[in-house]
Design a protein. Structure first.
Lengths: 181, 379
């Protein structure tokens, strides 16, 4: 999209307005992404908050090859993975911390307002194997191409495609069975 | 609950709202971080005229000699060439500061400048033809075919990509407001640097003597800029004193401005931000018909009575005229606007104005109406 390219250029040249626009344009998308990947609203909020602050701090480091949307989704997905690794490490080390992710940012109030629909969806996602969940969310929500997701997960595109198919099927049956309740 | 028939749509469109206060709070943090990073950057670029002198002229002189030369440049009265230079500098830069229109060539590394919408192939260094007309209008003709027009009178930026028959127009500021820092006109963007150099000439301007550029005899000045502006070298025709070439180093990059012509006659149409007919403009949100209904009631906060004749308008970004409405006898208003985030303001005589934001995801298909009520406090 030319518009995104213009935004990036302006942002890199110091335009606070362009940064605002990028934030407003993509924050909801990224919040959904993070909350679906983690099924933990407050951890998701921390991740997106920290990401945007970090994004704002180094415009010169930004080198975009593909779409901005895809780039942002990748950044947040990576942060989610790191958060998961950290959490697992704490669990195996037997630590029992109330807050797994230590966020540098303080927010006055809750950020995401979940609808029942969204809560259900995210719960269903949580029941999928992690890799399948990641593929579906990054593709359907984050707009990432299978090729980009394959690079992220370090597997072949075929594997990604089958993870996507199986994942969607499983998701469908989870939601259907809940609908019948 | 509905069965998940079209799962992909569900994933994309499952309802999620965000808390407007938190949106603002986070944005505040983000902007703070941005401003901090900008000021850190400017502090680290310290123009060092002594380093330049050392590199270009003095390689083996003793420290004493360096100090003598420092004194010469500092005082500015020793030697006729330096004397002549300090008088001439103001004359040389005058046309730069006064030009209302002009044209020049700008050679930059397009890739390093982040201008990656330019299809530069294997040639990242491009010489772009620039024409400008003050106030606030600049046009770039790029040899690979693309065109950029910045028109700050309308607050718009237009990019044309003829190879794809694509055009993008963006509102980058309120119309009629000319930003002080001219991002698109590298020549005029030098004005603040030159103006401040004029005031501190003894410290910031160094006369470089005569040279030949492309068969033309020119005299040069090295101007070091305060804070965030890169140092520049100005070459002027030694007869006419008109600056003809300027080099500016920004970090690792050098921008060269050449073939500068002042006060040329230019057609207004060069700066139009209307894309040509055959071009497909990705419809920017501002161009689409507003379809999103905002409605509500304005009441007096103390009595609860409706306020008729109150004005409710979009208080946001985007092209004027801003959408809005006047409340009727029951204090109700309703109008159409674009489905994007902005603020809405309600005002009435005798009351303090109130602002509220529309935020969160909404899709015109599923949510055609947004109700925002106001309770105004009396002044």
């Amino acid at each position: 999209m030319i518009e995104d390219k213009l935004l990036i250029w302006r942002f890199k040249h110091g335009s606070a307005d362009a940064l605002c626009r990028i934030y407003k344009k993509y924050k909801d998308n990224l919040l959904r992404l993070a909350s679906a990947l983690l099924n933990d609203t407050s951890a998701a909020e921390d991740i997106v908050h920290d990401f945007f602050v970090s994004f704002a701090q180094s415009p010169e480091k930004l080198k975009l090859n593909g779409s901005l949307k895809s780039y942002l989704a990748t950044c947040v997905a990576n942060r989610v993975r790191n958060a998961n690794i950290a959490r697992r490490r704490q669990e195996t080390a037997g630590l029992n911390e109330a807050e797994s992710a230590v966020s540098n940012s303080k927010r006055p109030e809750q950020w995401i307002i979940c609808s029942e629909q969204l809560r259900q969806l995210n719960n269903a996602f949580a029941q999928l194997p992690e890799q399948q969940r990641e593929v579906i969310i990054l593709h359907a929500q984050g707009g990432m191409r299978f090729k980009a997701i394959a690079e992220l997960q370090d597997v072949s595109i075929n594997t990604i495609q089958s993870r996507y198919r199986y994942g969607l099927d499983k998701l469908r049956s989870i939601l259907d069975s809940e609908a019948e309740l | 609950m509905r069965p998940a028939e079209n799962i992909e749509n569900l994933i994309k469109n499952a309802e999620m709202d965000t808390n407007a206060n938190t949106d603002e709070a986070v944005l505040g943090d983000v902007l703070k971080a941005f401003e901090k990073s900008k000021s850190k950057k400017s502090a680290s670029i310290q123009p060092n005229i002594w380093r330049k002198i050392m590199k270009s002229r003095i390689t083996k002189l003793a420290a004493a000699a360096v100090i003598i030369i420092a004194m010469l440049i500092g005082i500015g009265h020793f030697g006729s060439s330096i004397d002549g230079a300090s008088v001439a500098f103001a004359d040389v830069v005058r046309p730069l500061l006064a030009a209302e229109t002009g044209s020049f060539k700008m050679t930059i590394d397009v890739a390093a400048s982040g201008l990656d919408w330019i299809n530069y192939g294997n040639e990242p260094v491009q010489t772009i033809e620039v024409v400008f007309a003050e106030p606030g209008r600049t046009r770039w003709n790029i040899p690979t075919g693309e065109v950029l027009v910045a028109n700050m009178q309308e607050g718009k930026l237009m990019i044309l990509i003829p190879a794809k028959k694509e055009a993008a127009v963006m509102q980058v500021g309120p119309p009629g407001v000319i930003p002080r820092h001219n991002r698109f006109n590298k020549l005029l963007a030098l004005r603040p640097l030159i103006e401040s150099a004029l005031e501190t000439e003894d410290e910031s301007v160094e006369f470089l003597g005569e040279r030949e550029i492309e068969g033309l005899t020119v005299i040069g000045y090295y101007v070091s800029g305060p804070e965030h502006h890169g140092d520049i070298t100005i070459w002027a025709d030694s007869e006419t004193k008109l600056p003809v070439q300027i080099e500016q180093s920004m970090g690792t990059q050098t921008v060269v401005i050449s073939e500068i012509v002042y006060n040329v006659e230019l057609d207004e149409s060069l700066f139009s931000v209307q894309p040509p007919e055959e071009y497909s403009a990705p419809a920017s949100e501002e161009d689409e018909e507003p379809k999103f209904v905002v409605t509500g009631t304005v009441t007096d906060a103390t009595t609860g009575q409706p306020i008729a004749g109150a004005k409710v308008t979009d208080d946001g970004y985007g092209p004027e005229p801003y959408k809005g409405a006047i409340t009727d006898s029951e204090g109700k208003y309703s109008y159409l606007t674009w489905p994007e985030e902005h603020r809405i303001k309600a005002e009435a005589p005798g009351y303090k104005p109130q602002r509220k934001g529309i935020t969160g995801l909404f899709h015109v298909e599923s949510e055609d109406e947004k109700v925002i009520d106001f309770a105004l406090e009396p002044e």
